[in-house]
Write a protein that binds this ligand. Structure first.
Ligand code: NAD
Length: 296
């Protein structure tokens, strides 16, 4: 089979960003509403700093009001909850995101559940999780990473995945489980695998759609991939590699891209696949939230 199509998440996200920016201008002109996104970051985790910076940049390019709250690593839980409370009642803020992971003295569950479900653009509040799990995908805020993956899958295979088998590797609350709910709602036959799954390669080999969300560099080899499958690689792993005779730190996914692209129909690269789509889905959710009060 010739090399797979490379699904360009970066280009798709840039295209969507233009549409969101133009809809944002319209919302401001016609209704005087500017979407407001508040991002709360606690501590100095370097990866989180990069993610937050990218989100801020994208929010600004969409024409949003982007507000960042940077709190010290030792902030106490009550102060963080008070800030969220304030943002919940701030009419200029339509989306609230608390960057995870949080320092260990803070209870992630209490924090994420304190965000008003109508501003929960990350889709982690149980109200949104419940809506998604019961198939109410139109009304829920859907977590951004699986929402971005789903959009790319739909572009390759259409809206109705009837008769197709999908295998997800990883069962986390932010990727694997919501991904399963989305694929199921689109009529795929879904298998969720994880660290305790036996004969993982054999299970994956049956899949028309593979979503890898593990966090293990290039774990999925080319011989795991059914010819003609669509492969979505969520993993982000930093590894040391010799590039042009020099040792460098590079990002790779959970899938061996070179090998898998000899078998797959289409595959996302890392970087430049799921990452940019995750950020643009956050903007999509925030714009939707800003429009929520308008009559149809
Ligand atoms: P997680 O650590 O919460 O979950 C990992 C899952 O992988 C678990 O369910 C575990 O059972 C499974 N697993 C671990 N070892 C396994 C093995 N040997 N075989 C099969 N399954 C195994 O991780 P997460 O938050 O879901 O993230 C997964 C990866 O995706 C990470 O690399 C993360 O950085 C990346 N990620 C990327 C984005 C993005 O925007 N591109 C967003 C979220 C997460």
């Amino acid at each position: 089979m010739p090399d797979a199509k490379r699904i360009d998440g970066k280009a798709l996200a840039a295209e969507m960003s233009e549409t969101i920016a133009s809809e944002t201008r319209e919302l401001l002109e016609q209704h005087g509403i500017k979407p407001g996104l508040a991002v709360v970051i606690v501590g100095e985790d370097p990866a989180s700093q990069v993610y937050v910076r990218n989100k801020k940049r994208r929010a600004e390019s969409c024409g949003f009001n982007s507000v960042q709250h940077s709190l010290p690593a030792d902030v106490d839980q009550d102060s963080l909850l008070a800030l969220i409370d304030e943002l919940n009642s701030n009419e200029d803020i339509h989306g609230i995101l608390v960057q995870l992971p949080l320092p260990s003295h803070l209870d992630e569950k209490t924090i994420t559940q304190s965000i008003d479900p109508s501003k929960d653009v990350d889709g982690f509040h149980y109200v949104n999780v419940g809506k998604l799990s019961t198939g109410d995908t139109d009304d829920a805020f859907i977590p951004c990473t699986p929402a971005g993956c789903m959009l790319m899958i739909r572009r390759e295979l259409g809206d109705d995945l009837s008769g197709l088998s999908a295998v997800i590797i990883g069962r986390s609350n932010i990727v694997g489980k919501p991904m399963a709910a989305l694929l199921l709602a689109a009529n795929a036959t879904v298998t969720v695998t994880h660290s305790r799954t036996k004969n993982l390669a054999a299970v994956v080999r049956e899949a028309d759609i593979v979503v890898a969300a593990v966090g293990r560099p290039e774990m999925v080899g080319g011989d795991w991939i059914k010819p003609g499958a669509v492969v979505i690689d969520v993993g982000i792993n930093r590894v040391e590699r010799v590039v042009d005779g020099e040792e460098k730190s590079v990002l790779v996914g959970d899938v061996n891209y070179a090998e898998a692209s000899e078998k797959a129909l289409a595959i996302t690269p890392v970087p430049g696949g799921v990452g940019p789509m995750t950020i643009i889905m956050l903007m999509h959710n925030t714009l939707r939230s800003a429009r929520a009060g308008l009559a149809d």
